[in-house]
Design a protein around this ligand. Structure first.
Ligand SMILES: Cc1cc2nc3c(=O)[nH]c(=O)nc-3n(C[C@H](O)[C@H](O)[C@H](O)COP(=O)(O)O)c2cc1C
Length: 427
């Protein structure tokens, strides 16, 4: 038997092939203006990445409904008015040889207050982070049916515009993930309660999406391995949901983990952070091994991969099919090409300069505010690098010692763009 390798071709159940085992995982670009449409900045950024060697790049989360965003600056696709600019975006993103898939999402309660004061969610469970999020309204049956249809509409437009596949965002505490978790889904009707009921929203979104894109078009799901909160979505649940998705005909499951309240998708699990003997690489690999035993559908794992040795082990020893990379590709857009050419062993940067209070507080500080600043700044640093690349500039990795600066950059962009957007929509 020949050994599996990260340069192998992968054929998906729908028949579409991927040229190797690397994908750039979704990262919200925050580059749209008040019209919520993709623009030249998206084209420049994605064209840059398209030459980076990965088989596929996933867009940042594209919203299905203008009323509810993950943040101002999101692209929204809810009708064909944006078809031309979407076509330009897809063309640029494929120009260097990668495929481009669109990640489709609805924030549910993780919608900043500057966008909507009463976002939708399965139940009215408020997200309490610095007053940045409003109390959600529990969705009615009509809201649920409307949301399901919106995912399908966005997927159909993505296909028409030339995107090579779509991914339903069912992780990180956004709307689908809110339905899956018993913490955020306290419904008493048949959308809540048992896991089967909680997974119904995701399965309906998948079915509606598949119905409009057809059986030959890649449809993926990004799923939490767990949300790492007491009483939340567990790894056993994740394995069962993966089995259902496999039965339903999914092409690829990307595993991640966490929510806004427990940001494991960028910080790793607490268990890993505590245990200094475990390398903080590949945060969800142990969980992915369990899902691997449950299903044979192609699996992608994202979160924390930094050394080529760990990526190789995941592919060769653990039977993982795709490696998802996000932050390293904001500072080294050609990292995958380097790996495939055998030129690099490690990717990404040391992040010490991106946290304040190190030693006394660290990333896992008791002080929740310092924790928040550190987590936000460690994400926004990369958003800032994407912003540079979108203007045709190179990443600037020597300017990284400014945790507070990146936190303020985020607040500033979110608030001012949010207010400008509100104003533009009213006038
Ligand atoms: C700036 C930034 C934006 C992100 N936006 C998204 C997003 O839109 N959708 C998503 O599923 N994950 C998003 N993520 C999470 C990444 O896809 C990925 O799961 C996470 O960064 C861990 O992978 P990494 O260690 O390779 O960076 C984002 C991460 C960062 C740093």
């Amino acid at each position: 038997m020949t050994k599996r390798s990260y340069s192998d071709h992968l054929e998906l159940p729908c028949g579409v092939g991927l040229k190797n085992r690397f994908a750039r995982s979704a990262m919200t670009e925050a580059l749209a203006d008040v019209d919520d449409a993709p623009n030249k900045a998206h084209q420049t950024l994605y064209e840059r990445w398209s030459y980076g060697g990965m088989a596929m790049q996933m867009t940042g989360n594209v919203m299905v409904d203008k009323r509810y965003l993950e943040r101002p600056g999101n692209v929204v696709v809810q009708d064909e008015s944006v078809l031309n600019v979407l076509q330009d975006w897809a063309r640029a993103a494929k120009s260097g040889g990668s495929q481009v898939w669109m990640q489709i999402s609805h924030p549910g309660r993780q919608c900043p207050i500057v966008v909507h004061t009463r976002p939708l969610s399965p139940s009215a469970e408020k997200l309490r982070i610095l007053g940045l999020f409003g109390k959600p309204t529990a969705m009615t049956s009509e809201d649920i049916q409307d949301a399901i249809q919106r995912y399908a509409t966005t997927a159909a437009i993505a296909k028409k515009a030339g995107f090579d596949g779509v991914q339903i965002h069912a992780a990180h505490g956004y709307l689908v993930s809110q339905f899956l978790s018993p913490i955020t889904n306290q419904r008493k009707d048949d959308w809540g309660g048992s896991l089967e009921n909680r997974a119904k929203f995701l399965r309906k979104v998948y079915a509606a999406t598949r119905a409009v894109v057809g059986k030959d078009f890649p449809v993926a799901v990004k799923l939490n391995s767990a949300d790492f909160q007491k009483g939340g979505f567990l790894i056993e649940d994740s394995c069962q949901v993966a089995r259902w998705l496999e039965d339903d005909g999914i092409d690829l499951i990307e595993l991640s983990g966490g929510t806004y309240e427990q940001m494991s998708f960028v910080n790793g699990t607490e268990e890993r952070q505590r245990d200094s003997t475990i390398k903080r690489e590949a945060y969800f690999l142990e969980y992915a091994r369990e899902v691997r035993h449950a299903v044979s559908v192609p699996l992608m794992v994202t979160g924390g991969f930094r050394s080529v040795a760990a990526m190789e082990r995941a592919i060769v020893d653990d039977g993982i099919d795709m490696i998802g990379l996000a932050r390293p590709l904001c500072v080294q857009p050609d990292a995958v090409a380097g790996i495939l050419d055998g030129l690099v062993e490690k990717i990404g940067i040391e992040e010490d300069g991106l946290v304040i209070g190190r030693g006394r507080f660290g990333v896992n500080a008791r002080n929740w505010f310092i924790n928040l600043v550190n987590t936000v700044s460690r994400v926004e640093y990369y958003a800032w690098q994407m912003n540079r690349m979108s203007r045709g500039l190179m990443p600037q990795t020597d300017a990284r010692n400014n945790a507070v600066g990146y936190f303020l950059w985020y607040l500033n962009r979110t608030t001012f763009l949010g207010l400008r957007r509100k104003f533009a929509r009213k006038s």
